[in-house]
Design a binder for this molecule. Sequence first.
Ligand SMILES: Cc1cc2nc3c(=O)[nH]c(=O)nc-3n(C[C@H](O)[C@H](O)[C@H](O)COP(=O)(O)OP(=O)(O)OC[C@H]3O[C@@H](n4cnc5c(N)ncnc54)[C@H](O)[C@@H]3O)c2cc1C
Length: 482
Amino acid sequence: MTLSASPRPQSGSKQIQGQTKPTVVIIGCGFGGLEAAKALSGADVEIIVIDRTNHHLFQPLLYQVATAGLTAPAIAGPIRHILRKQIARGNLTVLMGEVTSIDSASRCVVLDGGEHLHYDHLILAAGATHSYFGRDEWAKYAPGLKTLGDAFTIRRRVLTAFEQAERETDPDKREPWLTFAVVGAGPTGVEMAGTLAEIAQHTLSAEFRRIDSRVARVILLEGAPRVLGTFTEDLSKRAKEQLEMLGAEVLAGAKVTNITAFGIHYDLSEPQPDGSNKVSSHFVASRTVVWAAGVAGSPLGRSLAKSTGCQLDRAGRVIVKPDLTIEGHPNIYVVGDLASAQSYLHPDKPTAVPGVSPSAKQMGRKSAFNIMRRMKGLDTQAFRYFDYGSMATIGKRAAVAMLDLPWGNKKLKFSGFPAWLFWLFVHVYFLIGFRNRALVLMDWAWAYFSSQRHARVFPDPHALEPNAVIVHRDPPATPPVP
Ligand SMILES: Cc1cc2nc3c(=O)[nH]c(=O)nc-3n(C[C@H](O)[C@H](O)[C@H](O)COP(=O)(O)OP(=O)(O)OC[C@H]3O[C@@H](n4cnc5c(N)ncnc54)[C@H](O)[C@@H]3O)c2cc1C
């Protein structure tokens, strides 16, 4: 079945039945897809936005939902509502559905129900997923954080671990419930570890009778020699100090070798005075592991490669041309986390574009811009990424920030309370919708003074994860082998 681009004329719109406007299909309504849709809505095109969820998600604050600081609607909004003005203009349709493959020969995307949807121009903005470095069996013990579903799973597991510890009468069996491991010390891992430490030290400290939540261990494991590897060394050191002040343990040089229902195995590499590295193997018993280590391009990248022969990088991201199209297909654009792109801000010295929300937004706008140029018979332009800097929050009053100054190729670096305040206001500013901004500010103000996290509820565990590992009081009886 092939669906038409414009299923019904909008009342009061200028849409003409049997229209011949070119159709732009946008797959994914995250940061890249949403910007592309907005930028195209004034153009003489028919736009179809497809997303497998009904919401646009502000991923940078997802860890707050996972750690019960914010509710889901504070950081996510219905796509249909966000794009209501564009829908009212009469040339934009939103469809909820999973795109399963792309057929470039017939210029169609295939939906989960088998429907074929025709495109003249395609913008692929399906983002990224977790990578367990070939060990997908770890996923059930160590969920990653990408979607609202992931955040609910982590929230449930973390809060359930404290509940199980209160029920457990054997101290040896209780300890793994009070040990939390976070794998990967990029911004997500650092914010998860810092917030988990705060929950144990402050939020829950007066609410249990049999356990003292403050004895809980939060361990952050990082394979590289330092945390926040994309930040400068001094900020990385500050981040480690702030994490330790909050009560987290930081294990740099720790390469995870196995994750089971019992805990986590890792090899620790420690530099020796003679310049060599001593490697030792360890096991830490933990019932709650969070994965913040690896990212891979959406599987739709592979589908596109199969259909068009385009190249993927090692992380499964689509290697794009300077104008964000793929080789041999000037009507297919890949943007955001799924694109392996270069910035031509300095054309003689292209630089790799990082997988962050500002770059996804800028790529989304650029792809729309290039489609409009092509429709006018003009050449497309190379993508130029404007990088304003990086920030990472660690916990209450703890963060690091590194901002690019517009003169002299200099960076402004700061940490602690000023960085945390700055981080907070930037994130609130970029949230979609005034209501969300007000909600988040109020929630944070309350959490700041009370140390409480108000979203500490989760549905019946069996409804969320029918085969959940954590609800078993004892893991399956297999020995903890590496
Ligand atoms: C926990 C976390 C914290 C982060 N923190 C920061 C931060 O502090 N600052 C920062 O700048 N960046 C941060 N990022 C990165 C930033 O969120 C991403 O770079 C950005 O979301 C990428 O935008 P995108 O449009 O490429 O993909 P996404 O925003 O991931 O959107 C992809 C969309 O495609 C949809 N989709 C996927 N597959 C299909 C399919 N087959 N069919 C239909 N729809 C599909 C998804 O439902 C989703 O809506 C963070 C990311 C995470 C996960």
